[in-house]
Design a protein around this ligand. Sequence first.
Ligand code: LLP
Length: 420
Amino acid sequence: MVGMPYPVGTVTNSEGHLEIAGCDVVDLAARFGTPSYLFSVPEMRNRARAYLDAFGAHTDEFEVLYASKALPVTAAYRLFASEGLSVDVASGGELTMALAAGYEPSRIYMHGNNKTDAEIRLAEESGVGHLILDSFDEIERCERVLTGKQDVMIRVTPGIKPSTHTYIQTGQLDSKFGFGLEDGSAERAIRRTLASSKLRLVGLHFHIGSQIFETEPFRLAVKALASIKGDWCRMLDLGGGLGISYENADEPPKIESYVDFKIEAVREFFGHEVRILIEPGRSLVGNAGVTIYTVGTIKEIPGIRTYVSVDGGMSDNLRPMLYDARYEAAIANRAGRAAETVATIAGSHCESGDILVRDVALADPHVGDILITPATGAYGHAMANNYNGMPRPPVIFLEDGEAQVVVRRETWDDLLARDA
Ligand code: LLP
């Protein structure tokens, strides 16, 4: 059995190939080409169920929202809807995908720090259950655009900074998101919303950041929000943020203990009355996904380093460049062998910084090998782009030895498709 950060149940088979959800990764590369995003469906289901079970052990008054920005793919919306999750969308585009997947509109929560008239209109027309208000301008925009009365929550920046990359800290006063607590904006927003004829305030929301291993910042955020609660506060949305294991040594909290901790914090500061919402993204899909590539060029610079170049890079995984994110890597067709060649995995883009993994030990890499990077399920496909005219990889769901393409590979012709 291959451990974290790979999907649970990943094994090395008798041919020495990695096998995920019963599918030989090297066969998949031959069948579907590379680069490709592969997802273990059981891993996604198990994580959704872990959240539901952890809450269900304590209360019926909860909702787990799939933060769909992590993997905005119609099939993923469909999967999490079937598991009983609600959904967080952050744009008209994500809303469109959630609706196309058949999401019950009342289970859709709409975020965004700059929702447009068109997005607010689409939300109302499609019957979105809740808008999460983010600014005074948005309150005005809602009052102008909405025709009926809409349930809303208020996003508060509680003034808490968890330890994670600064680009993904979102709970501090100096943030483009939400209403600050420290400067009194949150309280003003509450008064303003309660006085509105178009908005029905039902709760508060915070999201302090992403890829977080500590639990204490969440307690502090709940405590901070309790200072502005009122009778109208029937729902409390604690955002997402639970970190995952990217490298072998990473030890994030388990979903169960993370949920227990959050529930305890809410009970301490809000009592038993509020319905608890949570919005995991990364921790549902991150470890379920891997990316496979083909090794194309190996360049050894004696005494300096060996570059192993693959047929993808920053167009399919921006995270190393954006956040200095670290990943593991392996040669999927030589999985049983000791990894003794230290190499740096480079992408195919015209940038020196297009490095997927620095200084990682590989098992005797050769041109034509299938290289795999685990834990690319969240914010990989989501942030993929066409830099250097690179077509985006397909998304392939794996379950019980069957592979299903749920987003096809982009083609060179697709790159011409929008020419006007
Ligand atoms: N709720 C809200 C309001 C959010 O803004 C986010 C993520 C989530 C929930 C889900 O957070 P998660 O459970 O995935 O940590 N591109 C970055 C991550 C940006 C996260 C943005 N917001 C990355 O690749 O690390």
